[in-house]
Design a protein around this ligand. Structure first.
Ligand SMILES: Cc1cc2nc3c(=O)[nH]c(=O)nc-3n(C[C@H](O)[C@H](O)[C@H](O)COP(=O)(O)OP(=O)(O)OC[C@H]3O[C@@H](n4cnc5c(N)ncnc54)[C@H](O)[C@@H]3O)c2cc1C
Length: 451
């Protein structure tokens, strides 16, 4: 039996601790922050998130899917807010029961930690920030001054992973690169109505697409919406392009919202306060390789493959990583003496997950341009209408979005490959027709099947 260390009690780290403890392993989790259950949740850091089928499948394996879905709000489609103040609902799928769920990040993380701590083998050590990791000796250093040695380290310490940085410094063939978008994000809020009601449609993910920037809003159980403004950090002084660096005072901020988000502005009484108090986050993609060192250290979740949030898949993908580890452990069980061949499990994990992580990372960037530019485009709207019709009519049609979001049995890389071929074909048909009703659905599905 190995004594296992997990760095990070975030979403992936806590779920992994539960899975390993269920197998009888002893797990020590080291978390840099204090215990969020005592009210330490960070301000302005994606308060709610979209949970979909891959994540739900991972929660199901530890018996937490129904419990978490009870605390979530279904979102059936994207509600587009046009500059003129009109709204259009674009359903996520033509099938009943295919929707995404708005869930509280801290609520989910806290529930996972509480579940992990039900196992005698799990200890979570808070306020322990890892500062060094030697993959040769297994020595781990913490900012508190404590050190320890471990045979097995799972790095679930997020996008800025200290373990990844240590591998970069200590492992000869390790390569790591982070690519940042020129856009950042800021969290804002639409509070509930006086009676706790939802002031805009509750069961939708709201989008205000404005080509070079956009705002989105996801519902919370208390009737509020968490809005996220995605905007360039900086734009040329002499250009009209807005950016965070130009919104330097309340007057400029309000004028920007009056011009661009006129229907949302009256619903945001604390806009200026939130805007100037909340941090502006960075949006980046992390590429690194290999994900494991010496059969002792494994990177997973954002530590291995952080992505931009535009497909709503970072957490879902991190949860799928944990599912994969679980499946590999079932395929290669421990020997009678309790010995597990972690080296081969780590190698198999990387083989399976790396191409899939790369696929969802690139689709997430593409989706940024889709949400910001294309959802407002009539050809794209015709394509969504056609896809909804195809999904309602033909059991074997799944859009790229549906394959990524609702088909946990289709790997991300396959969803990307098939989805891109379908998208190209359907966009061509829709650009040739003035109305989606003019498109022959039978001919379209026949062409899709030929792909
Ligand atoms: C604005 C935004 C919106 C998003 N929306 C969605 C969404 O809708 N759906 C979705 O699926 N994903 C979404 N994501 C992505 C999602 O947040 C991440 O993919 C997910 O949190 C990854 O989980 P993780 O456990 O790998 O990392 P994290 O959740 O970041 O957890 C890492 C943990 O490690 C701890 N830690 C960090 N450094 C150290 C250290 N040195 N020592 C010890 N502990 C450490 C941290 O405190 C944290 O608890 C969004 C991301 C952003 C930025």
């Amino acid at each position: 039996m190995d004594r296992i260390v997990i760095i990070g009690a975030g979403l992936a780290g806590s779920l992994l601790a539960i899975n390993l403890a269920k197998r009888g392993e002893t797990v020590d989790v080291y978390e840099s922050r204090g215990d969020m259950r005592a009210g330490n949740a960070a301000r302005g850091r994606s308060i709610n998130m979209a949970l979909s089928d891959r994540g739900i499948a991972a929660l199901r394996e530890v018996g937490m899917d129904e419990y978490m879905l009870d605390a979530a709000i279904p979102m059936h489609g994207r509600m587009i807010h046009t500059p003129g103040g009109d709204t259009i609902l674009l359903p996520y799928s033509g099938r009943k029961g295919e929707y995404i769920n708005s869930i509280s990040r801290s609520g989910l993380n806290a529930a996972l930690m509480t579940e992990a701590e039900k196992y005698a083998g799990v200890s979570i050590h808070f306020n322990e920030q890892l500062t060094g990791c030697d993959p040769e000796s297994g020595e781990l250093d913490f900012a508190s001054g404590s050190t320890l040695k471990s045979e097995l380290v799972f790095a679930a310490d997020g996008a800025g992973s200290a373990v990844r940085q240590a591998l970069d410094a200590n492992v000869a063939d390790f390569v790591s690169r982070s690519e940042f978008l020129e856009h950042g994000y800021k969290e804002l809020v639409i509070p509930p109505g006086e009676d706790g009601s939802f002031l805009i449609e509750k069961n939708a993910l709201h989008i205000w697409p404005r080509h070079k920037f956009m705002m989105i809003a996801l519902p919370n159980l208390d009737g509020s919406f968490t809005c996220t403004l995605f905007l360039a950090h900086d734009t040329a002084e002499d250009s009209d392009e807005p950016s965070f660096s130009k919104l330097i005072d309340e007057a400029k901020l309000i004028a920007f919202f009056e011009r661009e988000f006129a229907d949302a502005l009256p619903l945001m009484p604390t806009l200026a306060e939130d805007f100037f108090a909340n941090p502006t986050g960075m949006l980046g993609t992390v590429h690194c390789s290999p994900w494991h060192a010496n059969g002792r250290v494994l990177l997973l979740g954002d530590a291995a493959h952080a992505m931009v949030p535009f497909y709503g898949q970072g957490m879902n993908c991190a949860f799928e990583d944990v599912r994969t580890i679980n499946a590999l452990l079932s395929e290669r069980p421990a020997s009678v003496s309790g010995w597990v061949d972690w080296r081969s499990i780590f190698a198999a994990f990387e083989r399976e997950r790396m191409p899939n992580a790369a696929a969802i990372q690139s689709m997430a960037i593409e989706n940024f341009y889709e949400m910001r530019d294309k959802v407002a485009d009539p050809v794209f709207q015709r394509k969504r209408a056609l896809e909804t019709h195809l999904e309602q009519t033909y059991d074997d049609y799944f859009s790229k979005y549906s394959m990524v979001t609702f088909r946990e049995d289709v790997p991300y890389s396959e969803a990307k490959r098939r989805g891109n071929l379908q998208d190209e074909l359907l966009m061509r048909l829709c650009s040739e027709a003035a109305e989606s009703s003019e498109i022959d659905a039978e001919a379209a599905i026949a062409s899709v099947r030929r792909l």
